[in-house]
Design a protein around this ligand. Sequence first.
Ligand code: UTP
Length: 290
Amino acid sequence: MKVTKAVIPAAGLGTRVLPATKSMPKEMLTIVDKPAIQYIVEEAVNAGITDILIITNRGKGIIEDHFDRSPELEERLLASGKTDVYEQVVSISKLANIYFVRQKETKGLGHAVNCAKSFVGNEPFAVLYGDDVIIGDDPACGQLVRAYEKYGKAVVGIKAVPEDAISKYSSLKVDLLEGNTYSCTDMVEKPKTKEEVLSLYSILGRCVLTPDIFDILAETKPGAGGEIQLTDAMRRLAQTVGMIGVDFTGKRYDMGDKLGILQATVEIALQNPVLGTDFRAYLKELAKTL
Ligand code: UTP
């Protein structure tokens, strides 16, 4: 079955990025000239997704405004002959069919994904974490979708993390299938001891889930931090029917982390067709003084 639906959970509190995120959703933090969530929506669209549900909550209305038309602004841009910017602004509202639902209480990523149940129906769907921006020629979401279409199982985006950092992530039991694709049959969330570590591969930022995840989520009790954890439900899926892990290509930036935001800004600015050359020259000069 083709994957045409995606869910972007964007209802977290973003406590690691305070005070910036006191009233500004972290998903709307700017990287060069676009909010983080626009990069994510564009990745999904480039992977063939046509329908996107964004999970929001109170205070995240500007996410909806960003993907809406903006008649006064558009008129002003047209009247002043700024047709290029006009086209850019209008095109944002035409990227995909974008829907919104509110997660009424911030009870974790698993709880947020469960809010997508009626949108998803009985189809496989992609999940793109709203604070993980991945930049690459081949959209990470598309790489996972292709693996789903080949193996017919839930797929998780995976990356090897440094040994001293694995205790902050999930650790997956993986066996190589081909190329950068693995079967995943178990996982441990935030392993506390070396013995608990199954591998240095962790789930990062993207997955394609099958609708049976909702039955599992319905039975998933609050885990770490009193929140309903998506990884707890994924572990059940891995242990029962198994999952596929794809070590995706592309550079991931964690917009839920202050250093991650700075790295995204610098690296994406360097690639920018308009600003890149001047910015590179500026950075080179600056680097001499460091
Ligand atoms: P995080 O755990 O990174 O987000 O969730 P957070 O809770 O905002 O982080 P901190 O620790 O307080 O800084 C990953 C993604 O899941 C969404 C977040 O918006 C983020 O995009 N999320 C998380 C929800 O939609 N609902 C939740 O209840 C929790």
